[in-house]
Design a protein around this ligand. Structure first.
Ligand code: EPZ
Length: 428
């Protein structure tokens, strides 16, 4: 098991390039089950979750090859297995996104229920509601979703796809992936508006689908008979970009991230403006600059897009340890996503959790210590805090980090951070 050994107390400075988006690539990989002929995805980051999804596609009969680093060629036959077993889905919730394409192309699917994870319960009831609206017969037995398309295949339907927690990103993707080959028109109301949904719609339309309104609350899909494989790019990872900018701001550094879409992070830029973190936004790049007056603490609430992403909540919290004043942080998407609080406090932060809200008193002088990563974005928060802390911080169980960040240690070293990946002999 690896850990990161970080020598903190240095302001980051320099320029790095954004990687491809994990959360865009996962539904795009599921979508390659649909077209006849092979699809080529470019800019695919080397991440464990994506390798897991590729292995699942191969288990489902696809052929997958990597022409060069980051370029994946995938072809999937019409007939083949239709089961995503528990061992796969347990490790990666996004595997549930094969439900829709398997129903659409093969008429049936057996996919294990994903179970929860440390950030929340994460049900898939809305996925199943959406697929049932397309005529699928769905039952759950022994922890597995068993879904059958009606004779003649799925047919267009209408569904309102939000719970009290808001819209569902993967649920919206799943229903889109089923509807593109359904007979007739499908309307998805309260659709997720995340950029990853827009990227999926663009891919599907390039394959010959007819998807309208993606990126807004209502998506209309006119089913077609067949899709053809295409060559497509995975968009930049907006969460990785936000993470790197927050690391720059937390260390009072000067960090530029190239190859990104500033328009996808306007909420973070607005918070930087309110807080007093200097930044520049240009064509395809974002830059945070050193602050002279300490940034002001803000009260924020994480919400579905275009709100502050829950996937930046932990990283924002690490930044707040260096801001002036009391910062209130609420996560309306995953109210329990606060595993990072106790570990940040081990580094000297003053954070108190009250239900679905955390209160951060800043600024605090952080000092290095061994800490345990618990989930992907909590790990990123601990790395940011380690970069700020005086002395050495060891972030253990960085396999969590490797799920969503491609060689983060290399990028931070490029920015002047002292971050070494080491074998963790502690047995943590
Ligand atoms: C996506 O997960 C992301 N993962 C998550 O990123 C992200 O945190 C989440 O969206 C919210 O933005 C991928 O895209 C692979 P949801 P997803 O369905 O789609 C409730 C990361 O760190 N809900 O949007 O699985 C659910 O409980 C990961 O990169 C239902 O009630 O999340 C949650 O409160 C973590 N019923 C809210 O909706 C459902 O059927 C949002 O969940 C589905 C979801």
């Amino acid at each position: 098991m690896d850990c990161f050994r970080i020598e903190g107390g240095r302001a980051l400075h320099g320029t790095v390039r954004a990687a491809g988006s994990k959360n865009a690539a996962l539904p795009l990989l599921a979508a390659t089950l649909l077209p006849v002929g092979s699809s080529r995805l470019r800019g695919v980051p080397q991440l464990r979750d994506l390798l897991s999804m590729r292995d699942l596609l191969v288990d489902l009969g696809a052929t997958a090859s990597q022409a060069e680093e980051g370029v994946w060629e995938i072809s999937c036959p019409t007939e083949g297995p239709t089961e995503a077993p528990y061992e796969v889905v347990r490790k990666m919730r996004a595997s549930v996104a094969v439900l829709g394409p398997l129903l659409a192309r093969r008429g049936r699917a057996r996919v294990s229920l994903p179970g929860g994870c440390v950030i929340g319960v994460r049900p898939i009831d809305l996925h199943l509601k959406g697929l049932a609206a397309l005529g699928a017969e769905i039952r759950v037995e022994h922890g597995t979703v068993v879904a059958e398309a009606p004779p003649g295949g799925l047919r267009g339907g209408q569904v309102y796809l939000a719970s009290r927690w808001g819209s569902t990103v993967l649920g919206t993707a799943n229903v889109m992936l089923a509807a593109v080959l359904a007979r007739g028109t499908t309307v998805i109301d309260a659709a997720a508006q995340e950029p990853e949904i827009l990227a999926l719609a663009d891919f599907l339309n390039s394959c010959g689908a007819q998807v309208y309104g993606a990126g807004g609350p209502r998506i209309v899909i006119d089913g077609v008979d067949e899709l053809k494989g295409v060559d497509a790019w995975v968009p930049a990872d907006r969460i990785e970009v936000g993470t790197l900018l927050l690391a720059g701001a937390a260390t009072c550094g000067d960090v530029t991230v190239e190859g990104c879409a500033p328009e996808e992070l306007t909420v973070l830029l607005d918070l930087f403006t309110q807080s007093g973190v200097p930044f520049e936004a240009g064509e395809g790049h974002l830059r945070v600059m050193p602050w002279t007056d300490r940034p002001r603490a803000l009260d924020i609430s994480c919400r579905p897009y275009p709100g502050l992403p829950t996937d930046l909540q932990a990283q924002w919290m690490a930044f707040c340890t260096q801001a002036e004043g009391l910062a209130m942080i609420t996560d309306t998407v995953y109210p329990d996503r606060f595993m990072h609080v106790a570990e940040l406090n081990r580094l000297g932060a003053h954070i108190r959790r009250e239900g679905g809200t955390a209160l951060v008193v800043g600024p605090t002088q952080l000092s290095g210590a061994p800490v345990l990563a618990s989930d992907l974005r909590a790990s990123a928060a601990l790395v940011i805090a380690g970069l700020v802390a005086e002395g050495v911080t060891e972030v253990r169980r960085v396999y969590h980090l490797d799920r969503g960040y491609e060689r983060l240690e290399d990028k931070l070293e490029l920015l002047g951070g002292v971050v070494r990946r080491e074998l963790d002999e502690s047995g943590a």
